[in-house]
Design a binder for this molecule. Structure first.
Ligand SMILES: *Cc1c(COP(=O)(O)O)cnc(C)c1O
Length: 389
């Protein structure tokens, strides 16, 4: 389908960047499971030489991602972290990055354990504090790295405000849009330079692949990132590209239901006597609710909550005895997942540090799936009764 910015997200999810296959008319881009391509004469080919550089299935996916995120160029990688790795390779020793202080753990590990060794300097700060952002900008600053909503407290940062700051100092703004997806938020429209995704989550949507992506508007920046994608080689395969395209076809329908179910569960939890606090961007009073209202088209499928007794043991028991929710890391799939950061994703962080970051002992994170909300609520209600005992 020709590029047309006036199409809605549903039309773009299904048709963005995808034409029926020219040789057969197949409506789905075929899985081009090939490493190389026959050339008519040395150097004379149909645009495809070697599949690290170009593969028709991956290219269809990359165009689809670009159209959804309102960009001009998309790049797909073997994981979300491989996509982040490619962005960091734009930089050179001495360059500095300002990132949110409650960054996705894997991004934090990549920055501090690998790229810091190579001479990049990272500052992890509260991006909602404009003074603090400005105080950390110097001549070596290159990138502001934002994630919104954040994990697991669903904090919201003002992308337009960060974009204004980066324009003032001629920096790049990268937004990890994994939690929101382009259904809820398109950071390039709000002034960001690069949108990053863990396609593993909502875009893939079916918990059956691991993949990452970048989308940009600028041709020169795209050229640099395509060069890194090919030179470092962290691409995704044709089969996974096909699965991601298949997942994306229903992105808009899934996201609508994720949002509805998460709202129903948030409203149930907030009125439950065993629950102290619910973190869901749709509640007035939530950290960043006003900004979410301005920059997002809904509040998403993720939420967290704390128990009134704040007991680590009760929270541990609660997530262990859910029946419809699966106890697992990750998010964004059709099935509902529950996690307990204190004993799972954030177990390696000392308790003092964890509490300082606002992650209490009993905090439970839910990735609300597409099951019937009454079944999800009944599941939670049953285990919350035992949490009060
Ligand atoms: C999962 C995740 C990543 C990393 O992506 P992978 O596909 O697991 O490599 C990055 N950012 C966020 C917000 C994520 O949830």
């Amino acid at each position: 389908m020709a590029k047309d910015n006036s199409f809605g997200i549903g039309t773009l999810s299904i048709h963005g960047g995808q034409e029926p296959d020219p040789s057969t008319g197949a409506v789905m881009p075929p899985i081009y499971q090939t490493s190389t391509y026959a050339q008519e004469a040395p150097g004379k080919h149909k645009g495809y030489e070697y599949s690290r550089t170009h593969n028709p299935t991956r290219n269809a996916l990359e165009k689809s991602l670009a159209s959804l995120e309102k960009g001009n160029y998309g790049m797909a990688f073997g994981s979300g972290l491989a996509a982040i790795d490619a962005v960091m390779k734009l930089l050179k020793p001495g360059d500095e990055v300002i990132a949110t202080n409650d960054l996705y753990g894997g991004s934090y590990r990549l920055f501090t354990s690998i790229f810091a060794k190579w001479g990049l300097v990272f500052h992890f700060i509260d991006l909602s504090n404009e003074e603090e952002v400005r105080a950390h900008i110097n001549d070596n600053t290159r990138i502001i790295w934002a994630e919104t909503p954040t994990n697991p407290l669903l904090k919201i940062f003002d992308i337009r405000k960060l974009a204004a700051i980066k324009d003032e100092f001629d920096l790049m703004l990268v937004v990890d849009n994994t939690f929101a997806t382009p259904y809820l938020q398109t950071p390039l429209d709000l002034g960001a330079d690069i949108v990053m995704h863990s396609v593993t989550k909502y875009l893939g949507g079916h918990s059956d692949l691991v993949m990452g992506a970048l989308v940009v508007k600028d041709e020169d920046l795209a050229g640099q990132l395509y060069f890194i994608q090919n030179a470092s080689g962290a691409i995704c395969g044709p089969m996974d590209s096909f699965l991601a395209l298949r997942g994306i076809k229903t992105l808009h329908v899934r996201m609508q239901r994720h949002c509805e179910n998460a709202e129903a569960i948030s409203r149930f939890l907030i009125s439950h006597p065993a629950v102290k606090k619910v973190y869901w961007p749709g509640f007035p009073g939530h950290n960043g609710h006003e900004i979410a209202n301005k920059q997002m088209r809904g509040f998403g499928g993720m939420l967290s909550f704390e128990l009134k007794n704040d007991s680590i043991d009760k929270a541990f028991a609660l997530v262990s005895s859910l029946k419809v929710f699966t106890l697992a890391e990750s998010l964004g799939g059709v099935e509902s997942l529950a996690g307990h950061p204190a004993s799972m994703t954030h177990a390696a962080i000392p308790r003092e540090e964890r509490l300082k970051a606002g992650l209490s002992d009993s905090l439970i994170r839910l990735s609300v799936g597409l099951e019937d909300s009454k079944d999800l609520i009944r599941d939670l209600d049953a285990v919350l009764k035992t949490a009060m005992e």
